[in-house]
Each structure stands twice: as structure tokens, then as C-alpha cells.
Design a binder for this molecule. Structure first.
Ligand code: SF4
Length: 343
């Protein structure tokens, strides 16, 4: 970051915090807090992770929610915790079992990282869950949002953090229209998130912000007409007009077509390994695996598949058993005894 930009951000950061010291800004903050919390009291969904303060259960929920919609997560969350009710049960399970249970949720690395975190807490921390965001950030797959969410939702600390919904809501309320691009920096938004949080109500406040962004102030169809925060919202006068002028492709969320990409085939391979796991406990050879993931698979595709499963093995999503020949043959061909299975 350049010195000039750093100075600007530091200055805005300070302004952001101190701005709530003036009477008018404090009044604005009070109205937003009261309005948002009242909205949450009426509109909140009864989600299973809102009924617990168990850090393990909060961790499972937050990892599942990282890239998956709430409605899809609920049944997976319940069945995962039926199967692995405690952090020690997850830590001691074979990784293949965890990956199998993750089937349908996608982004399988989350399952592996979740178990790595459980194992680290059991093995290295004597089963004691870290209670601060900095310690949580050192665990696999835990970024600033998830660390903040665990500290706030499990230990009820007043911690500011941002997910997409929270970021959008705060931006519109205090900085104005957020499309086509945000005008506030992440630093400014985090500073605002910290300064607007009602003291002692971090749990409720952060849940309310998330819910408001998910249900009321949505990305492309904010319900401004019935919004209780109209009068306080800086974006309100313009947001509907700006969204209407956006190109259709950016107004509607388009599913990224990733069929045929490496990511797509990684998912297909993990799905195939899940399906054949009980049938072939010692694994499956590359040629047989290839025909399960691609209709047009041929021997010439063996090197490609080999690279793919090596990448999965590095990420903890596959185990590759390979008998090395006496000479260096480079990339394997279909005759080399390589077997792949879930870890
Ligand atoms: S008025 Fe519209 S843009 Fe502003 S907070 Fe309410 S829903 Fe969001």
C-alpha cells in the first residue's frame, strides 16, 4: 500500500470511529441499531446454529455456510452432527468418512480442513477451543470472517467481522450505493462494523446484520419499499435506479459454468471415490477411475488424471498408492499400478 493511500485510509478509519461521537452521528447510530434489532426480532429464522453456543457446532455451521446457502446447509448440519456429535468424534474418524458425509455440499476441501482443525484442537490444544480470533485464524481453512463468527457466536464477544451480506448492508447504510463497485474500502467497512455495534449485544447485532443482508437488503432485489431503515440509509434514494440500469448479466446471479474445468473434474473424482469406497476398499486404478469421470476417457488422458489425483492427494482428498518401477518412467501410463481411494 502506498504511503498516501495508507494515510488516507488511516484518516478515514479515525473519522469513521470518531464520527459517531457527534450528536447527530450518535443519533443516527442509535436509530440504525434500534431499527435493525427490532427487524431481527420479528424476522429472524429459527436456525439450529442460533440455538447453541457450543463452539464445535458453531464451527461446523460456519464452515458449511462458507460457500453454501442456508437452506441447503440445515439438513447437512443436522446429519453431520448426528454422525460426529463431538469434536473428538470428528477428530478420530477416518478422513474418508468425513468426505463421504460431505457429499452434496461441494467444496470438499472444507471437510478436510474441518477435520484438520478438530484434530489440531484435540491433539495440540488438549481439546480446548481457542477463544480469540487470532488463535482461530491459525487453524486450517479459518479466515477472518469464520474466526470472528466463532468468537462472537460461541463466546458472545463483541467482535466485528464481515461477510458478503454484512458488508453490503453496512455499505448501503453508511457509504451509499455499492454497485457496480464498492466505494468504501474493507478497512473503512470493518471500522464502521466495529463502531456501530451496540456494546454487549455483539451476538444479536451480528446475527441481525447477516439476516438483514440475506432477507431484506439483498444484492439485486433490496426490499427498500418496506425497509424500516429507509430514512437512515444513504443508498436509499438511488439504489433501485442504479440496480435497474445494471446489465442483465450482473443483475441476475449467473451460475458459473465450470463443467469441463479442473475444479469440475476434481469434484467428479471425489464423487466417484465416494461411490466405490465400500466396493473397492484398496482403491481403483487410474483407467477405471477415468471412465467413471469422463465418457470420452482414453489412455492418453492418464497423465491428466494422474496430475488431478496428485492435487487431490496434496489437499487431503484422496490417497494415491503408487508402485514405483525400477527406472524413472516419468508420467505413468495405464499399465502402471497406481490405485486411488479416499484417505
Ligand atoms: S433502504 Fe434499501 S438499500 Fe437501504 S438498507 Fe433498506 S433495503 Fe437496503
Amino acid at each position: 500500500m502506498t504511503t498516501t493511500r495508507a494515510k488516507r485510509e488511516n484518516s478515514v478509519f479515525a473519522t469513521c470511529l470518531s464520527s459517531l461521537d457527534s450528536d447527530s452521528q450518535r443519533d443516527l447510530a442509535n436509530r440504525v441499531q434500534t431499527g435493525l434489532l427490532a427487524w431481527f426480532a420479528t424476522n429472524r429464522r429459527d436456525l439450529p446454529w442460533r440455538r447453541t453456543r457450543d463452539p464445535y457446532r458453531i464451527l461446523v455451521a460456519e464452515v458449511m455456510l462458507q460457500q453454501t446457502q442456508v437452506d441447503r446447509v440445515v439438513p447437512y448440519y443436522d446429519s453431520f452432527l448426528d454422525y460426529f456429535p463431538t469434536i473428538s468424534s470428528l477428530a478420530s474418524a477416518p478422513t474418508g468418512e468425513v468426505i463421504k458425509l460431505w457429499a452434496g455440499l461441494g467444496y470438499n476441501r472444507r471437510a478436510v480442513n474441518l477435520q484438520r482443525t478438530a484434530r489440531f484442537i484435540i491433539d495440540e490444544l488438549d481439546g480446548v477451543f481457542p477463544r480469540d480470533a487470532a488463535s482461530l485464524r491459525r487453524l486450517p481453512g479459518i479466515g477472518p470472517y469464520t474466526a470472528g463468527a466463532i468468537v462472537c457466536f460461541a463466546f458472545e464477544q463483541d467482535v466485528a467481522f464481515l461477510d458478503t451480506n454484512m458488508r453490503r448492508t453496512l455499505h448501503r447504510l453508511f457509504f451509499g450505493v455499492d454497485v457496480p463497485v464498492l466505494t468504501a474500502t474493507e478497512r473503512e467497512l470493518v471500522a464502521m462494523a466495529a463502531s456501530i455495534m451496540p456494546v454487549g449485544s455483539g451476538w444479536e447485532w451480528n446475527q441481525a446484520l447477516i439476516e438483514f443482508g440475506a432477507l431484506q437488503c439483498t444484492a439485486r432485489r433490496p426490499a427498500c419499499v418496506i425497509c424500516p431503515l429507509q430514512a437512515e440509509c444513504k443508498a436509499f434514494p438511488e439504489i433501485q435506479g442504479v440496480i435497474a440500469l445494471l446489465p442483465i448479466s450482473s443483475r441476475r446471479k449467473v451460475e458459473t459454468p465450470f463443467g469441463g474445468s479442473n475444479r469440475y473434474y476434481r469434484g467428479r473424482v471425489v464423487d466417484a471415490l465416494r461411490e466405490m469406497d465400500s466396493e473397492h476398499p484398496t482403491g481403483i486404478d487410474l483407467a477405471s477411475l477415468g471412465t467413471r469421470v469422463r465418457d470420452d476417457f482414453g489412455d492418453e488422458d492418464i497423465p491428466w488424471l494422474y496430475q488431478l489425483v496428485q492435487g487431490l492427494a496434496r489437499d487431503g482428498l484422496a490417497a494415491v498408492a503408487e508402485e514405483k518401477p525400477a527406472y524413472d518412467a516419468g508420467v505413468p501410463d495405464s499399465g502402471r499400478p497406481i490405485r486411488v481411494k479416499l484417505p
